[in-house]
Design a protein. Structure first.
Lengths: 478, 403
């Protein structure tokens, strides 16, 4: 059976190609001048430059954290280029044109940038390296008053909104990587849903790292005003390289009264080769602030890529009656390492949170769940249910659980459950008895195991995620 | 805190301590001193001491007792200095020498208690060790216990802590348990002191093949308590059962920290910890099950259930798993909640007062832990004590000739 599951787990990374496009890359290294240069290139106002410089100065006082259950290669922050612009050339040629090479790249990734070809229900903001290439359906969304654009444009066109919310959920002093991102962040998406508007289509951002020797520092800000609704998707891929590329992102979400945000991620950064060489270091701070009463936020993530994942999408439930959910499937294979989970911080009354985390480890990978559930003294009637399961495919991988529960209120009800197991011979035997091949049986069992989470994804993504599970596990040991 | 209060004390009295002690213990002293003086006390930024401020607990100017200590020799118990076996391979062997609190104990302890059960022997009665904290001034006691269970030995050991005087006492205890193949040990620790007492207990257990160790820790009344229990399952087909219950109110703090290491295949471990927190009590539980590579067919279950009776009561819980083998069954569950409203209503309907109904439910909650105790007499006694404790009657102990 081991051989079969080994085959099942080894399929190659599909998106590892590199696009040959003229890219303007700034010199490697990081100092105040780099921060000023990035800001100047993006034509930013003075206040944003100040924000970046404050963050940079604070970052210089910090040391990289080492508490995660990760064996992280040393990152030389001076050996990274912090800004790479693949659209620079095209912009000189003609202001409206997109380099056909870039169009082709996104076509190849299954993200057509021409609206007539695109899936009608999804608006896309495509970000390559440090720059947003195109945002589709902007006009149609504008009719409803929805703002969906890259954060660079938002700074120019809606400075008041950006200034009000940027750094309000994840302040630059939050942690080492948040400070770094706040200093050098390049592009990401900005979403604003006005009061009472239900966003008619899925909004999505596709992140692509292309240039060599660079890092990507995405910054996404979503503001959902009273009674509004939005479903947002995020996808990401990168070329196969021997070097470790850095992806340090911040995602901030503000949810107001009775509003609802669904945030889904299918993370498929290049995971490194079979010997653990190369791969993206995915060090991300994601946080939502449920400010309004009865607001809702759900994080759904399918983590299959990255050499190292350090990511804890969190929720601060400060609005009374707010509800937060976290659904995660994290798959690690070969030498991948993941330390991921969530933080649910209950501050408001009658708040409720659910955590469902499924870890699948294969090969020589290490997969950890780390989560915090905190109920403050004022959070009357808080309720939490956490369930984290691990599935081990192979005897050389590891699955770990580090849940923290800090309860400061007597009316709170908090539950945590976790199990660790492998695919049982009995389950396999049952399937095989009924004429299902071992490969299919393993795939069936893995998919069934992850189904609670996959079901939460929007349709198009669910299909994609299901395929990905098969791909990234191929070749693992049973 | 003057972290150097203890290093200075040691520097001044090293010779004195050495003369009073025995060579086995003296051999470890210097290194412990170096570890302790290099590290100082761990801060709350240290993961394992996240919920306990060690430096503050050790800050008061405690007197340290160097004379007396361990009592007379009996068939199975004797001072380490009068050991009937060579204890060099056992003493300070499985204790975590990098831990500052353990190092402090190794550095200052003058004598230790040795419980040695020879092979295929079973003491007729349970061995009970009573520790009574008594003194006219604030005192720190350094208690060291070494339990050596030879092949096929069986024993029940009960260790109780009492405080007879209203002084600040700090008890720094290190217990090392070596279980050779086929041995069985039931170790009970019962703490019933007062609000001014601080206790740091570090228990280290190593099991050989086909062993069974049951460790039950009951914190019924205390000031600040930090219990740590680390078990190494080093032989196949062994089991470790760690149970504990905590009843805390007023300003009490209880922090239980357990680590079970599955080093070899075919072992089982079970953990059940229950807390009842009232008033401004603070409880913490951090349990770790570590399944090493190759430790296949491991079966492990960890449960931590907690009752918070007031808003000021805080509970921190961390049930953790670290697993490096695939053919294992590991689970953990943790809950924090309150008394069931329906159950309370049911009883009140039948004329039981709210207070009484709450007591009944709390006692029933704790009973699950006490019922796992195989010694019937102890179980009955504990039911009685817990019931009294719940009614807040325990601090005025009756029939005790000490106070």
């Amino acid at each position: 059976m081991e051989d079969v599951t080994r085959e099942f787990v080894n399929k190659d990374y599909e998106y590892g190609f590199h696009t040959d496009v003229h890219t303007e890359i700034i010199a490697k290294g990081l100092d105040e001048d780099t921060v000023r240069l990035i800001s100047a290139k993006k034509g930013e106002p003075e206040w944003l430059l100040e924000f970046r410089l404050r963050a940079f100065r604070y970052w210089q006082t910090l040391e990289q954290p080492s508490w995660a259950h990760l064996n992280m290669p040393e990152i030389d922050y001076q050996d990274i280029s912090y800004y790479a612009d693949p659209t620079a050339q095209a912009r000189k040629d003609g202001p409206k044109e997109i380099d056909p090479e870039l169009m082709k790249t996104f076509d190849k990734l299954g993200i057509p940038l021409e609206e007539r070809m695109a899936l009608s229900g999804v608006a896309v903001d495509a970000v390559m390296d440090s720059v947003s290439v195109k945002t589709t359906f902007r006009e149609r969304l504008k009719e409803k008053g929805i703002i969906f654009c890259s954060i660079t444009e938002a700074v120019k066109e809606h400075p008041d909104l950006v200034r009000e919310y940027l750094g309000s959920v994840v302040p630059y002093r939050d942690n080492f990587f948040a400070a770094l991102n706040s200093a050098v962040f390049s592009d990401g998406s900005f979403v604003y849903i006005p009061k009472g508007v239900r966003c008619p289509m899925e909004l999505s951002t596709y992140f692509r790292i292309n240039a060599m020797g660079t890092g990507q520092f995405e910054r996404t800000l979503i503001v959902c005003d009273d009674d509004a609704y939005v479903s947002y998707l995020e996808g990401c891929t990168a070329p196969m390289r021997d070097e470790n590329q850095l992806h340090a992102a911040i995602v901030e979400i503000v949810v107001k009264d009775r509003a609802e945000v669904k945030y889904s991620t299918v993370q498929n950064w290049y995971p490194g080769d079979k010997d653990g060489k190369g791969g993206v270091l995915n060090l991300v701070t994601k946080r939502g602030h449920l400010r309004g009463v009865d607001s809702r936020l759900s994080w759904t993530q399918v983590e299959t890529g990255s050499a190292i994942t350090w990511k804890y999408p969190s929720c601060i439930l400060s609005g009374d009656g707010s509800q937060a959910e976290f659904y995660s499937v994290a798959v690690t294979n070969n030498y991948q390492q993941a330390d991921t989970g969530t933080k649910m911080i209950h501050l408001g009354r009658n708040t409720k949170s659910t955590i469902i985390s499924k870890g699948i480890s294969a090969g020589r990978s290490q997969n950890s769940y780390r989560g915090l559930v905190k109920v403050s003294e004022k959070a009357e009637g808080a309720r939490n249910y956490s369930c984290c399961d691990s599935l081990l495919l192979g005897s050389t991988c590891g699955a770990h659980t580090f849940p923290y529960m800090d309860i400061h209120n007597d009316t709170a009800i908090v539950e945590h459950e976790a199990t660790t197991s492998k695919i049982s011979e009995e389950q396999l035997f049952y399937c095989r008895q009924r004429g299902i091949s071992t490969e299919d049986a393993v795939s069936l069992i893995v998919n069934g195991y992850a189904k609670d989470v996959i079901n939460k994804l929007p349709m198009e993504f669910a299909v994609e995620a299901q395929k990905l599970l098969g791909v990234s596990l191929e070749g693992s040991v049973g | 805190m003057k972290n150097n209060q203890y290093t200075e004390f040691y520097a001044q009295l090293e010779e004195n301590i050495r003369q009073r002690s025995c060579p086995v213990m003296n051999a470890q002293r210097r290194e412990a001193f170096l570890t302790f003086s290099a590290q100082g006390f761990p801060s709350t930024r240290t993961e394992r001491y996240k919920y306990t401020d060690v430096a503050r607990d050790f800050a008061p100017d405690y007197g340290i007792q160097l004379s007396g200590g361990v009592g007379e020799s009996t068939e199975f118990c004797r001072p380490l200095s009068k050991a009937d076996i060579d204890v060099t391979p056992y003493y300070n062997h499985i204790a975590d020498t990098t831990d500052s609190v353990v190092a402090l104990n190794t550095m200052l302890a003058v004598d230790a208690l040795l419980i040695h059960v020879p092979s295929d022997t079973r003491p007729k009665h349970p061995i009970q060790i009573n520790n009574i904290l008594k003194g006219k001034q604030d005192t720190m006691t350094l208690r060291r216990i070494l339990i050596v269970m030879e092949r096929g030995a069986e024993a029940d050991v009960i260790i109780t802590d009492h405080a007879a005087d209203h002084q600040q006492f700090l008890c720094n205890q290190v217990i090392e348990v070596h279980c050779d193949d086929n041995s069985r040990l039931n170790l009970y620790e019962i703490e019933e002191t007062n609000l001014m007492c601080t206790r740091y207990s570090n228990v280290f257990i190593r099991e050989g093949r086909d062993c069974s160790v049951r460790h039950t820790s009951l914190t019924l009344f205390n000031g600040h308590t930090r219990n740590s229990c680390r078990v190494q399952l080093a032989g196949e087909h062994s089991e470790a059962i760690l149970n504990g219950c905590v009843i805390a109110d007023k300003m009490q703090r209880v922090d239980n920290n357990t680590v079970i290491e599955h080093l070899v295949p075919h072992c089982t471990s079970q953990e059940l910890y229950k807390y009842v927190l009232d008033d401004s009590a603070v409880g913490a539980f951090a349990g770790m099950v570590h399944v090493h590579p190759g430790a296949q067919k491991t079966s492990s279950a960890m449960t931590n259930a907690n009752l918070c009776a007031t808003r000021q009561a805080h509970m921190y819980t961390q049930p953790m798993l670290e697993i490096y083998a695939d053919d294992v069954k590991c689970s953990h569950g943790s809950t924090v909640g309150q008394l069931n409203d329906q159950a309370l209503f049911y009883m009140r309907q039948r004329g039981i007062s709210l207070h009484e109904a709450q007591l009944l439910l709390k006692s029933a909650f704790i009973t699950e832990v006490i019922d796992t105790i195989p010694l019937e007499a102890l179980r009955d006694r504990l039911h009685f004590i817990v019931d009294k404790r719940m009614r807040g009657e325990l601090s005025k102990c009756e029939g005790c000739k000490l106070c």
